[in-house]
Design a binder for this molecule. Structure first.
Ligand SMILES: Cc1ncc(COP(=O)(O)O)c(C=O)c1O
Length: 410
């Protein structure tokens, strides 16, 4: 650890980002750490304390009445808030614990029957998505893995070629978690719809940092979690589903919250609700859903278009300065093909992560790409410069070697 915490200066050499940088005050950790790891865990907004207090006070003072005063409707209310970031109409987004549960829930609503039983996904997808769909083989699913030519991204044409009349669903990442490669969601969705297939976009690595509209992209379903760019913490996964599709889905992973009349406690088979609750199951994780709202509110205040403009300027500047110093990145050079992260190749990722953490510079690493570094709306150019200077110094002095083989758990 470094010595006494010092506030970081909030200047902006790559543009005038004063309105965004003014939001730094909402994130206490920025006073102590150089926080460049929002692709993994976004900084906690101070407002989370108030949201969790609101939950606790409701429980403490209102008791059972809390269910009718916000708890029961929290998966839909919170969904409506994050839905504004996705440009989803009210009543089309519900909250679940995470992406894995959402993938399982959607899969449980599908029937894998010839001639349409194929699931087309890319081999660079976040593994949890693969695990969920591979498990559907035992239910008759045929899996088609689209290969990457370079380990960075998947050529759009290769994706398009893999989708045909046998395709039931295309679960794909908007932005890939390792390289930050941005898939062409529009082209892939068009192709899927031409042949009658569904698209489920995992937007975990784009929501809150790359602007997009589920409506304009005509996505059938979109999902993600709130841990990263949304600064919403764990336990708040969101699922958007087009209403006309939702009416046709009958998930086997279901429960009383998805019933048409949950408080009638009817016996026997499910009678699915005809609104957003149709895609719920049991009692929601209310504290997580309350906590997540603090992050969504700040993202909405910042504006994802503004966040993106700053992100592109800062990531381009970083890549250029890294290249001038002889460093290489496996992230796409074209910002239009990139999400909000940049990667840097180093001799030993975990050792560099640990050496930087010792200086209170927080980044992470992933196999094949090296360090992952992410400026969010609250990061300054100076913080990025400090990170790059530190990497260069560790390379020059070999200081990272003291951390070799210790590894990190994030
Ligand atoms: C693109 C993407 N999808 C999914 C996940 C995680 O899934 P889950 O919400 O099930 O933990 C991550 C990272 O944690 C991710 O980067």
């Amino acid at each position: 650890m470094t010595g006494a915490p010092a506030p970081r200066p909030a200047t902006a050499a790559s543009g005038d980002w004063s309105a965004l940088l003014a939001l730094r005050e909402h994130f206490p950790i920025l006073q102590r750490s150089t926080y460049l790891v929002s692709h993994s865990l976004g900084a906690m907004p101070r407002g989370v304390h108030d949201k969790l207090r609101e939950f606790a006070v409701q429980w403490e003072t209102r008791g059972i009445r809390a269910w009718a005063e916000g708890w029961w409707s929290s998966p839909v209310d919170t969904g409506n808030l994050v839905g504004r970031i996705l440009d989803a109409p009210p009543g089309t987004v519900v909250m679940h614990q995470n992406v894995s549960v959402i993938m399982g829930l959607v899969a449980s609503a599908l029937e894998f029957k010839a001639p349409r039983k194929r699931v087309v996904y890319s081999e660079l997808q976040f593994p949890t998505v693969m695990y969920a769909w591979e498990a559907q083989r035992r239910r008759g699913a045929e899996i088609v893995q689209v290969r990457s030519r370079d380990g960075v991204g998947v050529e759009t044409q290769d994706f398009l070629d893999a989708i045909d009349e046998r395709t039931l669903i295309v679960p794909l990442s908007h932005v890939l978690f390792q390289s930050s490669y941005q898939q062409d969601l529009l082209a892939i969705t068009r192709r899927a719809h031409e042949v009658g297939a569904l698209v489920l976009a995992d937007c975990y690595q784009s929501t809150g940092c790359v602007p997009f509209s589920v409506r304009k992209l005509d996505l059938d379903m979109a999902c993600g979690g709130s841990v990263k760019w949304l600064c919403g913490g764990p336990g708040a996964g969101y699922l958007y589903c087009k209403p006309e599709l939702r009416e046709r889905l009958e998930p086997a992973l279901t429960g009383w919250m998805a019933h048409e009349h949950p408080f009638a406690f009817e016996r026997g088979a499910q009678k699915y609700a005809h609104d957003a609750t149709r895609l719920l199951h049991g009692s929601p994780a209310v504290p997580a859903l309350y906590a997540a709202r603090a992050g969504y509110e700040l993202i909405l205040q910042a504006g994802v278009e503004n966040i993106r403009r700053k992100s592109v300027a800062q990531t381009q500047r970083f890549l250029q300065r890294a290249a001038e110093r002889g460093l290489t990145s496996r992230s796409p050079q074209d910002p239009a093909r990139r999400g909000g992260s940049i990667t840097l190749q180093v001799p030993d990722g975990p050792a560099f992560v640990a050496a930087l953490a010792e200086r209170d510079i927080l980044v992470d690493c992933r196999p094949d790409v090296g360090l992952r570094i992410s400026p969010h709306f609250y990061n300054t150019d100076e913080e990025l410069d400090l990170c790059l200077d530190s990497v260069c110094e560790l390379l020059r002095t070999g200081g990272w070697k003291a951390h070799a083989r210790k590894g990190t758990a994030y």
